[in-house]
Design a protein around this ligand. Structure first.
Ligand code: V55
Ligand code: FE
Length: 492
């Protein structure tokens, strides 16, 4: 195409910005707590070229790595493209060469066999290295200071999997990173690689297993004892791809599964529990052990949240009519039950954020994005087609919740949590808020800082941005101490 399509993936909040820029000192409204000292990295897909096909979707945007640097109440900002093989090939050609979302059979023949990933989903920080990840390929290492792309990350050539999840889990005590790759053996294969990198960033374990069918395993969870793989019936099919069709189609009649194995165990120990047919979840909040029980908190919907995945499966349910909720699944490992219990723990929503220290442990609270019952209609835009307009804090064991609802014409992006150095202080949440100005396609964005235990009080500080911002997917917070340690190690 010679211009961007006139679809929701390329208009309004999703209109391409395609700008690399940086600034050292942004004006701050209010006071930023001095405890907040570090970098907020964000993954922001964008489109440097019009796509090859009119029906292209937002998930194909090239990853941009964006960074707010916060120190002594001052805020700097930078954003750059991740220079994947794909980005560089298309930059040299001056146009799109890669075709439909995760379908290499629709590519320009000149780039056959080249790495298709756009590294656009999650910035991951582990063992002093920063990666930009997308589940269809390996991660790309990024220099956390300059945001330059250093290259594809394969653990010094030792990782066999062709893919690396955008949702690894880091144990807060051992510093190990637990991760997986699905379609590990290639396009539409049912191979899953389950891996562990130690606290120093070395790959110490990679085991492969077969999932019940080739599903999109977007996220997984760990507890102190287990690794837990949810399988939902959004499936890939190589024949459909060869015909130029969609990578994913949701199958409403097919059963769902949860696979559980000891996290340091063998994949042969995986035990499969069956769930309701047709359900879907992209993000899990957390999981933890409770005697023989395992609790898993996650955002479940009755069908797949992505319209294009429903459509490919012939499912005709409008976005507003999708049912679902934030649930706690409880599995009894001591019984021979083949399924699990489920109870609601909060309003429907997505993009959860947990304290890093709570990973795999019982969490008292968690935060995520939801819809404001008092707000206007959600803004069109973002990866699923609409922007959430409220932040919620839930306390699954204690009950109750706190809500920060945004006004009409506003939307928010996934928050990060920044712990406080004061004992007992719940820390802060940082996130970008987008606001429509007037009618039409004009938007402005601000960074907001709210106190984690008191989100309904609204922001303690706001940082308006001088340029428009496309929607973020995921983000991560890295304290200055860790950036300094990494720099010292790299130059040693
Ligand atoms: C998701 C995001 C993706 C993707 C597949 O949030 C799933 C879910 C930003 O890219 O390719
Ligand atoms: Fe995700």
């Amino acid at each position: 195409m010679t211009k961007y399509p006139d679809t929701t993936h390329f208009t309004g909040l999703n209109a391409p910005v395609n700008l690399e820029w940086e600034v050292e000192d942004l004006p701050v409204l209010g006071d930023i707590p001095t405890d907040i000292d570090g970098a907020f990295f964000r993954a922001v897909p964008d489109f440097p070229h019009p796509p090859m096909f009119e029906d292209e979707i937002g998930l194909s945007g090239d990853g941009m790595i964006s960074k707010f640097t916060i120190h002594e109440g001052k805020v700097g900002y930078a954003i750059r493209y991740v220079e994947t093989d794909r980005y560089k090939l298309e930059k040299d050609a001056g146009r799109a060469l890669f075709g439909r979302y995760r379908n290499p059979f629709t590519d320009d023949p000149s780039i056959e066999g080249r790495d298709r990933t756009v590294a656009n989903t999650t910035p991951v920080w582990h063992a002093g290295r920063l990666f930009m990840t997308k589940e269809d390929g390996l991660g790309y290492e990024i220099d956390p200071e300059t945001l330059q792309t250093l290259g594809r990350w394969d653990y010094f050539g030792s990782l066999k999997s062709e893919t690396f999840t955008a949702h690894p889990r880091i144990d807060p005590e051992t510093g190990e990173m637990f991760f997986f790759g699905y379609e590990a053996g290639g396009l539409c294969t049912d191979d899953v690689a389950y891996c562990i990198a130690d606290k120093d960033g070395r790959l110490v374990s990679e085991q492969w297993f077969k999932q019940p069918y080739c599903s999109s395993i977007h996220d997984f969870v760990i507890t102190e004892k287990y690794a837990i793989f949810p399988i939902f019936p959004t499936t890939a099919n190589i024949d459909r791809l060869k015909e130029g069709g969609a990578h994913w189609a949701h199958q409403q009649e097919l059963e769902s599964w949860v696979g559980i194995m000891p996290r340091y165990g063998k994949v042969e120990e995986l035990r499969w529990f069956k769930g309701r047919p047709g359900i879907s979840a992209f993000h899990m909040i957390n999981a933890f052990d409770d005697g023989n029980l395992i609790h898993i908190d996650l955002h479940v919907s009755d069908t797949c949240a992505f319209g294009f995945m429903r459509e490919a499966g012939g499912i005709d349910i409008p976005q507003q009519e999708i049912g679902g909720g934030t649930m706690r699944w409880t599995i009894d490992t001591a019984s021979d039950a083949e399924t699990y219990e489920e109870r609601p723990i909060g309003p429907p929503g997505d993009m959860p954020r947990l304290r890093d220290a709570d990973q795999g442990r019982r969490h008292e609270t968690a935060w995520y994005m939801t819809l404001n019952p008092q707000g206007g209609p959600p803004l069109p835009g973002g990866p699923v087609g609409f922007a959430f307009n409220a932040l919620v804090e839930i306390a699954p064991d204690r009950g109750g919740m706190d809500l920060l609802g945004l006004d009409r014409g506003m939307g928010l992006n996934e928050p990060v949590h920044v712990p406080s150095r004061q004992d007992g202080h719940p820390g802060w949440l940082l996130f970008v808020v987008d606001r429509q100005v007037g009618e039409g396609d004009h938007f402005v964005s601000e960074l907001w800082i709210v106190e984690a235990g008191n989100i309904s009080a609204g922001p303690v500080a706001r940082v308006p941005l001088p340029e428009r911002m496309r929607s973020q997917v995921h983000g991560t917070w890295v304290p200055t101490e860790q950036l300094k340690q990494a720099r010292a190690r790299a130059s040693a």
